[in-house]
Design a protein around this ligand. Structure first.
Ligand SMILES: Cc1cc2nc3c(=O)[nH]c(=O)nc-3n(C[C@H](O)[C@H](O)[C@H](O)COP(=O)(O)OP(=O)(O)OC[C@H]3O[C@@H](n4cnc5c(N)ncnc54)[C@H](O)[C@@H]3O)c2cc1C
Ligand SMILES: *[C@@H]1O[C@H](CO)[C@@H](O)[C@H](O)[C@H]1NC(C)=O
Ligand SMILES: *[C@@H]1O[C@H](CO)[C@@H](O)[C@H](O)[C@H]1NC(C)=O
Ligand SMILES: *[C@@H]1O[C@H](CO)[C@@H](O)[C@H](O)[C@H]1NC(C)=O
Ligand SMILES: *[C@@H]1O[C@H](CO)[C@@H](O)[C@H](O)[C@H]1NC(C)=O
Ligand SMILES: *[C@@H]1O[C@H](CO)[C@@H](O)[C@H](O)[C@H]1NC(C)=O
Ligand SMILES: *[C@@H]1O[C@H](CO)[C@@H](O)[C@H](O)[C@H]1NC(C)=O
Ligand SMILES: CC(=O)N[C@H]1CO[C@H](CO)[C@@H](O)[C@@H]1O
Length: 511
């Protein structure tokens, strides 16, 4: 069904995993002190031979409780633990481990740290950067952390980091509450929340990380701590955007919001309606004043033609008259718009995962008519150009939030580095089939993001140094462009919490 192909972000990956498992040298691991900042698929290189990794796997198996288990090639759990949303993010690990308790996470972290064994931590596995939640060492899958506990009195829910948002919403439904989480089906809650989290309530409550009231964290030395603004202000700041730099999160406590039915879904347009769609998107971006109304406009080039899938959301059973009329009045090629549960709304929008894929992003200040036109032009240009390279999907996502969305947090966050101006991401999501096309698609993503940045600059938008969203950008994005002036504080906290750089054995954005 045509209108089910909404698309938000991207598929996966690119770089060959040359950094994944260092050959036999042990340089870099014993120096103490954090490694250099930047992206990494496991920068603190250490134990590398397969024999040594097998010893580490065996030592973990020996030490953990029956709540947890280690798996090897050939088992279905091993395959599931290494799997990602896009197969280009997969790596072949020495073994996988599914911890079932925080105490076992502590045991595992102490063992991989002592052995200097490369490892990865995987939540929902939706990253499109290889090595960020995959490894050739010890793959830690958090899937057994899968419970939701609602606390009526504090209006919060404790959520397990192995969950996808669909299951979180399903568990909350009987309580008549939601959390500010994923907008489409299937996304992992952990990486989403540890990076930022643009969500359907963003105009009202900010990023998902602004709604976190506490974390349970297994620190790099194995100690298990409760992190709140009051108990651990530095770590609380650092975990709001800092991913796996400070340890492994074993529980998130998120604010809940009382909600019943909402309204929305997808409406799809073919390319003959582009002028009207372009105007409607720019008018919505410029003129919408109701924070309960949000859209994601996915411009998708697939099967040789462009289609726009507009996901509309209203935070209530019926949108006020007029608010979405301009979209509703454009002739469409399919629609699924109705009053429904929050879970049903989220599941109405699926992003098809192809084989290989990657996300990238540009940051702008405003989705003006000029910007929307440029995005549609990029979709058509690259859709046509990449057709012969095995393109499955060339997609750009327009997310016109209010400019005050970063002002909802009660305490400072690692991301974004400043609460104003209200920069907005443009998400690029390319998917393709042959591995031999990886470099072509990666360079196209970069060229296209640069083009959009240049269009914004020419139109007077001051975005030359605007922060880029960690969960949308390619792995070789300079980390300063993500964390800006927060980087020095994040590095200082990192040096204190992880003096021997245990977490440098795992990939991701590294402070
Ligand atoms: C189809 C699709 C739709 C998306 N929509 C949105 C959207 O609406 N808004 C938005 O903001 N983003 C969106 N994203 C991006 C999404 O936020 C990231 O892909 C995010 O990282 C997914 O989290 P995950 O747990 O699945 O990732 P993983 O790949 O499992 O992990 C990502 C990173 O987090 C680290 N990590 C995971 N769990 C833990 C833990 N327990 N402790 C410490 N570190 C951990 C990993 O080590 C890794 O570095 C979307 C992505 C996709 C593919
Ligand atoms: C993983 O292992 C557990 C038991 O340890 C089992 O219940 C579960 O079904 C397995 N999952 C898969 C995908 O094989
Ligand atoms: C919490 O609220 C839900 C829904 O109102 C109710 O079913 C449940 O009994 C409440 N739990 C407690 C412990 O008060
Ligand atoms: C881990 O580090 C913290 C902070 O320095 C310290 O309080 C704790 O005792 C350490 N735990 C272990 C097991 O060494
Ligand atoms: C927004 O509303 C104003 C006033 O109705 C209108 O003139 C304008 O064209 C609209 N759209 C944009 C993109 O500004
Ligand atoms: C593209 O083609 C595939 C089959 O080749 C089909 O499943 C899919 O629905 C098509 N998408 C669109 C947007 O037509
Ligand atoms: C469309 O995009 C291409 C590629 O970025 C660019 O070269 C071209 O100038 C754009 N055309 C218009 C009309 O903006
Ligand atoms: C694995 C990876 O993406 N490495 C990149 C990290 O960033 C530098 C530039 O900052 C690139 O050169 C690497 O390729």
């Amino acid at each position: 069904m045509v209108w089910k192909i909404s698309t938000i972000v991207a598929l996966a990956t690119l770089l060959p995993s040359t950094l994944g498992l260092p050959s036999d040298d042990k340089t870099g691991s014993s120096s103490g002190g954090p490694g250099k900042s930047g992206n990494s698929s496991g920068g603190n290189t250490g134990t590398s031979s397969n024999g040594k990794l097998q010893e580490v796997c065996a030592s973990i198996q020996h030490a953990i409780s029956p709540a947890s288990a280690v798996f090897y090639p050939g088992s279905a759990n091993y395959t599931a633990d290494n799997a990602h949303w896009v197969s280009s993010s997969d790596q072949t690990s020495a073994c996988t481990v599914e911890p079932g308790s925080s105490a076992d996470v502590s045991t595992i972290l102490k063992l991989v740290g002592a052995a200097k064994a490369p490892f990865a931590v995987k939540g929902g596995g939706h990253t499109t950067n290889v090595g960020f939640s995959s490894t050739t060492g010890v793959q830690i899958s958090m899937r057994r952390f899968s419970t939701v506990t609602v606390n009526n009195a504090t209006q919060t829910a404790d959520i397990g980091p192995g969950m996808i948002w669909d299951d979180v919403y399903a568990a909350l439904e009987p309580y008549g509450v939601v959390v500010a989480g994923g907008r489409v089906s299937g996304i992992g809650m952990a990486g989403f929340t540890l990076g930022g989290g643009y969500n359907w309530l963003t105009n009202q409550v900010g990023l998902t990380l602004d709604t976190v009231t506490g974390y349970e964290l297994v620190r790099p030395n194995g100690s298990i701590v409760s992190v709140t603004a009051a108990t651990e202000p530095d770590l609380f700041f650092a975990l709001k955007g800092g991913f796996n730099n400070y340890g492994i999160v074993t529980k998130f406590t998120l604010k809940t919001f009382a909600r019943g039915q909402v309204w929305g879904g997808v409406i799809a347009y073919s390319s003959d309606q582009l002028p009207a769609v372009q105007a409607a998107v720019a008018n919505f971006a410029a003129n919408s004043t109701d924070p309960k109304a949000q859209i994601i406009t996915a411009c998708n080039f697939m099967n040789g033609s462009l289609q726009v899938d507009n996901i509309m959301f209203y935070d209530g059973p019926t949108p006020p008259a007029g608010i979405f009329d301009e979209f509703l009045n454009i002739p469409n090629v399919g629609k699924d718009l109705t009053t429904r549960s929050f879970l049903s709304l989220v599941q109405s929008a699926n992003v098809p995962a192809g084989a290989r894929g990657a996300f990238h992003a540009a940051t702008i200040l405003e989705f003006t008519p000029t910007m929307v036109a440029a995005i549609l032009n990029e979709t058509t240009f690259w859709g046509n150009k990449l057709a012969n390279d095995g393109a499955f999907l060339v997609s750009y996502n327009i997310e016109p939030f209010f400019s005050n969305i970063y002002e909802h947090g009660l305490t400072p966050a690692a991301f974004p580095p400043a609460s104003s101006p209200g920069y907005l991401p443009i998400n690029l999501n390319f998917a393709w089939t042959p591995a031999s096309s990886d470099a072509t698609f990666i360079s196209a993503l970069k060229a296209s993001a640069d083009q959009l940045t240049n269009v914004a600059l020419s139109a007077g938008q001051a975005v030359a140094q605007a922060p880029l969203y960690n969960n949308y950008v390619l792995a070789d994005t300079p980390i300063e462009r993500i964390y800006g002036d927060n980087l020095a504080r994040l590095q200082a906290i990192k040096a204190q919490v992880d003096p021997t750089n245990v977490m440098g054995l795992a990939g991701g954005w590294k402070f």
